[in-house]
Design a binder for this molecule. Structure first.
Ligand code: AMP
Ligand code: MG
Length: 407
């Protein structure tokens, strides 16, 4: 049996290269940057006012000054500010020649042609100097940056209408099993509705890749071969079911028969041992177990990091938090286990983890309730105290008790 680490190292050893594409910034959210963004201009591009008020020479104030003009945002000054002079200026308007400070309108009293400034000023005050935030030529964003509203704002501020990002791999999803039926259709005796395809599609979207629904295939070698051939049009293939040692688990033989280089691993982990992994040409194929929880947990451990790496994310693994386990949890030693846990913010410091109700590998509800996977080592029989949790759902951080507190 392989350890989780060995299995992960093997899949990460050979992650296929991924293409890049240019997209408009309004379509770039969540995408991974594939170019270095260097500023081509200073930001701000010119010295501007940070306040509505008066552009003055700092040495002249407090005092009474002549008002030369009004400079609105979007206009350019026409007069140089000399000794004893000022220009009325709005936030975002360029600073006129001669002025070296802005005083707030609240600190003045004025008529159209005169202003009394009641306060002193320091040179540079309320002026956004050219290049004070970003200098032309400066590198601001590196490849691998996951684009969010902050970085989209930076791109737009630098005048970029589009950006080079990695392409989203298309992930073909295939379910196997004579008993498995698409929701919306009636069940015959012995049948169940397929939960895995839809859970996998959700996992794909969550990983930032595009799920391609390839449907349910019966436990028949010919049908499976046809389905896997069709799946080759995708960048990555993920199937569920049919990879263990049952009489109707044909996935292995079908893939080998198609000339696919594939390994069948028994990974020492709970839930879910069997995992098929290989390549159709240069496209990774993952044969995940059919048990719903095993299927999802295997995806999170092995498929997601490959997909995130294809996307160019330098941090392809689920984030981990330390948490205090609410009450000790007993289990049998044997395999490392990924236990579904709920998280809550906790009173002070550490979040609190509690084991989600139903833990069976066929129980979809346990996964729905959980926020993360608690990592339990092979030999541990009593889990207590501080634990590590791989987090896939962050909604608990904004729940009641998360506690907005001012520093
Ligand atoms: P298998 O890996 O094919 O031996 O399937 C293991 C278990 O998972 C069986 O109980 C299957 O009925 C169940 N299973 C397989 N595929 C799915 C699916 N798409 N949705 C829900 N359960 C499934
Ligand atoms: Mg099956």
């Amino acid at each position: 049996m392989l350890s989780i680490e060995e299995a992960l190292a093997r899949v990460m050893e050979r992650v296929p290269a991924n293409a890049t594409e240019r997209v408009p910034i309004e379509h770039a959210q969540g995408r991974v940057l594939a170019e270095t963004i260097a500023a081509t201009v200073d930001l701000p591009p010119w010295a501007g006012s940070a306040m509505d008020g008066f552009a003055v020479r700092a040495a002249d104030v407090p005092g009474d000054l002549d008002v030369l003009e009004t400079i609105a945002a979007g206009r350019v000054p026409s007069r140089e500010v000399g000794p004893g002079q000022a220009s009325r200026i709005m936030t975002g308007a360029p600073i006129p020649e001669g002025a070296d400070a802005v005083v707030m309108v609240e600190d003045t009293a004025s008529t159209d042609s005169q202003v009394t400034v009641r306060v002193s000023a320091t040179p540079g005050q309320h002026i956004r100097a050219a290049g004070s935030e970003i200098r032309a030529g400066q590198t601001v964003l590196a490849p691998g940056t996951v684009l969010g509203f902050g970085t989209l704002g930076v791109l737009a501020a630098l005048g970029r209408p589009s950006v080079l990002v990695t392409c989203r791999p298309r992930v073909g999803l295939l379910s196997t099993g004579d008993e498995v039926v698409e929701p919306g259709f009636p069940l015959a005796p012995g049948q169940i509705w397929s939960s895995n395809l839809h859970a996998l599609a959700g996992l794909c979207r969550d990983a930032g890749v595009e799920p391609v629904y390839l449907g349910i295939v019966e436990d028949d070698p010919v049908a499976l071969a046809v389905a896997f051939r069709r799946a080759m049009q995708c960048d990555v293939v993920v199937s569920t079911g049919g990879v263990s040692v049952g009489d109707f688990d044909h996935v292995k033989d079908v893939l080998i028969g198609m000339g696919v280089s594939i390994d069948f691993w028994r990974v020492a982990m709970k839930p879910g041992k069997p995992l098929a992994y290989g390549f159709i040409g240069d496209r990774p194929v993952f044969g995940l177990p059919g048990n719903p929880v095993s299927c999802m947990v295997n995806f999170l451990q092995f498929v997601r990091p490959v997909l995130r790496t294809m996307l160019g994310d330098p941090n392809p693994f689920l984030p981990v938090v330390r948490a205090a386990l609410e009450r000790p949890w007993k289990r049998r030693a044997g395999r490392p286990e990924l236990v579904r846990v709920r998280l809550s913010p906790g009173a002070e410091g550490l979040p609190t983890a509690s084991v989600a109700g139903v833990q069976g590998s066929a129980h979809v509800l346990g996964m729905a309730e959980a926020h993360g996977l608690m990592m339990v080592g092979a030999e541990t029989t009593l889990v207590a105290g501080e634990v590590s949790v791989q987090v896939f759902d962050w909604t608990w951080t904004s729940g009641a008790g998360a506690g907005y507190r001012w520093a």
